[in-house]
Design a protein around this ligand. Structure first.
Ligand code: ADP
Ligand code: ZN
Length: 722
């Protein structure tokens, strides 16, 4: 017999099937070790066949199997082939999506313990051996025990009994349990009528995809959990996807108390060993719900009964490195493969998703009210230009300061949101206009007061603070713009007694990540939480009654067709953290552009109004969803090679452009907005296409350009155009 093997080397030169001879114990989906080149490598068995066209003297034999239970399921193999051809990536790279990285690197492995128990039937005991008798007695009373424990208690008697066959040992698999000893209260709500109707709508629709458009606090989570329980009751499995940041300690406990060990929760707080074990429990079927961020869409569960994507608008669902897949596309493939439903949920669906629902491609369920008819918090817009005119140069308006004081006095909690981490946006010399920039990236540096250094937010490099301007020697160094650190400093001056927590990329690194900060805030160890986008996502803190949005304009002026949509989502989401329990909430939104229609719609919770306006504008200007944005990126450390590769790919793309002009709304090559990141020069060919009809040709053109040290790749509707 022969196995068709893909070797685990992500290079287009070896991206093909190799035949190896094998025995009957090798099956499809298994990882194997095969001779390759002068050494050996791991490979994936794609197919088993009776014959090969390779001459017999050239066929090599599989060295060994890596496992008994194939790591890749039938469905994984099916999906991998689709993804590899759709996104033009080597099969090996695609297959890796389906495996925990710990498995490939071999850094962790299964953990076993050895247990001992009595042989059945009559026992032959050594004579006059008191310890052996005690040991037998102990096993009779207590059943199987760890050998390590027995050896400690009974010494050599254990091995004597094993030798005589009276005691038998066996290796048993142990799963590391990241939640051991942490049980949450079992809070299961009786569904409201609206929730029940939503569940029914998902179950009964003829369509595969349902969008649940429900305001913040409308109880969407409970709907998902009900649908998941239902799938389990039908003997199926489930996939529940959330943005990583939503997997808060409270959420984990909620899921854990509801589903027990049937849920495998994959999140960044797990150790490598824990992640590996959670994956294994899913593969072996002892866990039947896969919960996690984007990558959990590849979970090895079989016969899936429901797939949920919560906060479907969230940017984290697009992969920014190869393969650049969209989570929705994979989820829908899986739903079709399994014949199950796919649920998307959001208070602020992406414009594209909402349009597809409106046009009837997806089923649409609307939940306009919060649970128990709690009101949505009132949003007050503050004109910051007037504050400046009144001589208020602080980042807080008079209104926000007053409301914050009242909130603290009443013993409630507040969340302050702003878009920028660090202390200030840029450091500029007032004498000559010099701006401090990163040596590896073409971006300005941000001052971080706690470490008294300048940091590059693209590559993380730290620089010492400048005592004087390196250009003109001037000593008037100025901080422009406000970051999270500065806000914390200002708060300490304004409210010295208030306990303040900061949450941004700088405070959430490490294994515990955002967990620690969110748990502390939930446990009311702080009164005010200051943070970036991270504070906007899905959190449910009952004591928060005030949300302050410090710079609503920041994201409005991004040079991206989605900046309006993003701002609307951000404002709605962060406002939604306020007044979720019995105490009513409020929101103060500070802006230099108080008449901006996006902010007006957001303040009025008018999604329909926002959508109608936005979709009209996109149609008029030919932007997605009425067109596709495709960017071909060319990056490399050698500028001349990079430019040469750009020239080659541009020539090839230009041929497509000349032949298919009516499919192009825009076509040009240029520097990427950020010209260099981590020492790599960045060039792009930017296209706006009427549809995806010529994507295949574009991918092929890029595949043809091969220059040493230069990467050429396609981004479809990139979420980040920097
Ligand atoms: P969303 O995900 O739509 O923002 P959540 O699912 O977080 O909303 O629900 C908001 C709050 O309402 C939560 O505190 C949740 O525990 C509570 N809740 C949800 N469903 C019910 C229900 N049927 N009865 C009572 N409380 C509920
Ligand atoms: Zn840098």
């Amino acid at each position: 017999m022969y196995a068709e093997v893909i070797v685990d080397i992500a290079h287009s030169d070896v991206d093909k099937i190799f035949d190896y001879a094998c025995g009957g114990d090798v099956v499809r989906g298994m990882r194997v070790v095969v001779p390759f080149g002068r050494g050996v490598t791991t490979g994936f068995v794609m197919r088993i066949k009776e014959e090969t066209s390779v001459p017999p003297e050239k066929v090599k034999k599989i060295v060994r199997r890596e496992e008994e239970l194939p790591a890749l399921t039938e469905e994984s193999l099916f999906l991998a082939e689709k993804i590899a051809s759709r996104y033009h990536v080597p099969m090996a790279l695609t297959l890796r999506l389906f495996l925990p990285s710990e498995m490939r690197t071999g850094k962790v492995s299964e953990r076993y313990r050895t247990v001992a128990f009595l042989k059945e039937g009559p026992l032959e005991l050594p004579s006059r051996a008191k310890r052996a008798e005690e040991l037998v007695e102990f096993l009779r009373e207590n059943g199987e025990q760890d050998t390590a424990f027995l050896r400690k208690q009974f010494g050599g008697a254990l091995d004597t009994l094993i030798k005589r066959g009276a005691v038998v040992t066996q290796k048993k698999r142990v799963f590391r349990d990241p939640y051991a000893g942490r049980e949450g209260e079992r809070a299961e709500h009786t569904l409201t009528n609206a929730q029940r109707a939503a569940v029914e709508a998902v179950k009964t629709t003829q369509k595969t995809v349902t969008l649940i458009h429900g305001v913040t606090g409308s109880g969407k989570t409970e709907i998902y959990l009900d649908l998941i329980s239902d799938a389990l009751a039908r003997g199926k499995t489930a996939i529940f996807l959330v943005p990583e940041i939503s997997l808060t300690p409270q959420m984990l406990l909620k899921l854990r108390s509801r589903f027990g060990s049937a849920a495998a929760i994959l999140h960044s707080g797990l150790s490598a060993g824990e992640r590996f074990d959670e994956w294994m429990r899913l593969r072996e079927g002892s866990a039947r719900i896969a919960i996690g961020a984007r990558s959990a869409v590849f979970a090895p569960v079989e016969s899936v009964g429901i797939i949920v994507i919560d906060e479907e608008h969230d940017g984290s669902y697009s992969s920014e490195s190869a393969p650049r897949y969209r989570t929705f596309d994979i989820a829908r493939l899986r739903a079709k493969y399994n014949g199950c439903k796919l649920v998307l949920g959001s208070a602020t669906p992406s414009v594209e998703t909402y349009r597809r629902a409106k046009e009837g491609e997806f089923s649409l369920v609307t939940l306009p009210d919060r649970i128990n008819a709690r009101p949505l918090p009132e949003v007050q817009i503050v004109d910051m230009r007037r504050e400046v005119r009144r001589g208020n140069a602080s980042p807080f308006s008079a209104l926000l300061r007053e409301r914050l004081g009242k909130c603290l006095e009443e013993g409630n909690q507040a969340i302050l949101f702003l878009n920028r981490r660090g202390y200030s946006q840029t450091v500029i010399c007032r004498d000559c206009g010099y701006v401090a920039k990163c040596e590896h990236c073409d971006v300005s540096l941000t001052y971080h007061s706690d470490e008294d250094c300048l940091k590059c937010h693209y590559c993380g490099t730290k620089y010492r603070m400048l005592p004087a301007c390196p250009e003109c020697g001037g000593r008037h160094i100025n901080y422009v713009g406000t970051g999270t650190q500065r806000i914390v400093g200002e708060l300490k001056k304004l409210f010295p007694a208030a306990r303040v927590l900061r949450m941004d990329v700088d405070t959430t690194s490490g294994k515990e990540g955002h967990f620690r900060i969110l748990s502390r805030f939930a446990a009311r160890e702080a009164d005010i939480l200051v943070g970036t986008q991270m504070v906007a996502k899905g959190h449910d803190f009952p004591s928060v009654t005030l949300v302050g949005i410090l710079d609503a304009d920041m994201s409005l002026h991004f040079p991206d067709h989605r900046s309006g949509e993003r701002t609307f989502q951000l404002v709605t989401q962060v406002a939604g953290r306020s007044g979720r329990a019995s105490a009513p909430g409020e929101v103060v939104l500070q802006t230099y552009d108080p008449d901006n229609y996006i902010l007006r719609f957001a303040a009025a919770y008018d999604y329909e109004g926002f959508y109608a306006h936005e979709i009209g504008m996109r149609a008029a200007t030919n932007f997605p969803p009425f067109a596709r944005i495709v960017r071909v990126m060319v990056t490399g450390e050698e500028e001349s090679e990079t430019v040469e590769a750009l020239r080659e790919v541009y020539t090839l793309l230009n041929e497509i452009y000349e032949a298919e002009r009516d499919r192009f709304l825009f076509f040009n090559r240029m520097h990427a907005p950020v010209r260099r990141i981590q020492n790599k020069f960045r060039y792009q060919v930017l296209m706006r296409l009427t549809d995806g009809g010529i994507l295949k040709e574009i991918y092929s053109a890029c595949d043809k350009v091969k220059r040493k040290g230069v990467l050429v790749y396609v981004e479809e509707d990139p979420s980040n155009l920097s």
